[in-house]
Design a protein around this ligand. Structure first.
Ligand code: SAH
Length: 260
């Protein structure tokens, strides 16, 4: 569906994890072309220098449907970008915008510009925890019932693969992360490594913490809505350089085929 620069249309843009150097050049190019930029406050603040001369519409969390409708309405006559952090298709705006677009029967040029999602950003700062199959689960129960999330956690932990947890903990749901760890303990030994990555690849980023399922209880207070947590799988192990714990390695399986 690539829409080259027509006089109107909608660009659904993933901005990456935070720092501008992790945005794709396509995203930068699209933002320089559009007349309107619509997004949630915190994401717009992060791209302030790219917004000069643009009509900027700031929205707040929880107003995604209104934001989608507004973007579609404007995109009938103007070039419009609707922005999401990370990748717009991963717990972002792409899905809801396409649903509303389809429902309204609007026919306009649309392009989805992918971005580096939190799973990739977080993994990159703790080694290579996601080298093979892995799963991604959000603990936000705003749009998905908690029973469904628990079933999915059970399913993925039961096959022993690494699990990336988005939306692990917030004021509104302080207990979902501890609940997720109870599910992990049914399948994983206490030695399974866990990485806690807050504000990955953002200016305010802090050092990631690598711990284990057995010790995770001591770190729960550090986990918030700006954090991604990577639970290693049954084959994952702590990555060390000298005496320092650097993160997690999940061997992809080369050791089964090669000597190195
Ligand atoms: N569309 C976004 C995800 C939105 S859901 C993406 O693709 O990354 C919001 C959750 O993403 C947060 O609660 C957090 O778990 C995770 N997240 C987003 N950016 C992050 C970052 N820079 N560092 C750590 N976690 C991040």
């Amino acid at each position: 569906m690539p829409a080259e620069y027509s006089s109107h249309g909608l660009w659904i843009v993933g901005l990456g994890p935070g720092r501008s150097e992790y945005m794709t050049s396509r995203a930068v190019e699209v933002l320089s072309h559009v007349e309107y930029v619509i997004g949630n406050d915190s994401y717009l603040d992060a791209i302030e220098p790219l917004l000069e001369g643009k009509q900027v519409i700031r929205s707040s969390m929880g107003k995604e449907v209104d934001r989608a409708k507004k973007a579609i309405q404007l995109a009938q006559v103007h070039p419009v970008a609707i922005v999401s952090g990370g990748d717009a298709g991963v717990y972002g705006m792409a899905g809801i915008v396409l649903e509303v677009l389809e429902h309204e029967g609007a026919i306009i040029p649309v392009e989805i510009v992918p971005g580096v999602t939190a799973a990739n950003a977080a993994a990159s700062v703790v080694g290579s925890p996601l080298s093979g199959d892995f799963a991604v689960i959000s603990l936000s129960d705003i749009l998905t019932p908690l029973e469904v999330i628990e079933k999915r956690l059970d399913a993925v932990f039961s096959v022993g693969i690494p699990v990336v947890i988005y939306n692990p903990r917030s004021h509104g749901r302080p207990d979902n992360f501890a609940l997720a760890m109870e599910h992990a303990r049914k399948y994983y030994p206490p030695s399974v490594p866990i990485a806690i990555i807050k504000n990955a690849l953002r200016n305010q980023g802090s050092d990631p913490v690598t711990t284990t399922l057995g010790e995770i209880g001591n770190c729960i207070e550090e986990i918030d809505m700006h954090t991604t947590v990577i639970i290693g799988g049954t084959e994952s192990r702590i990555w060390r350089m000298g005496n320092n714990v650097k993160g997690i390695i999940t061997p992809r399986g080369y050791h089964r085929k090669y000597v190195y």
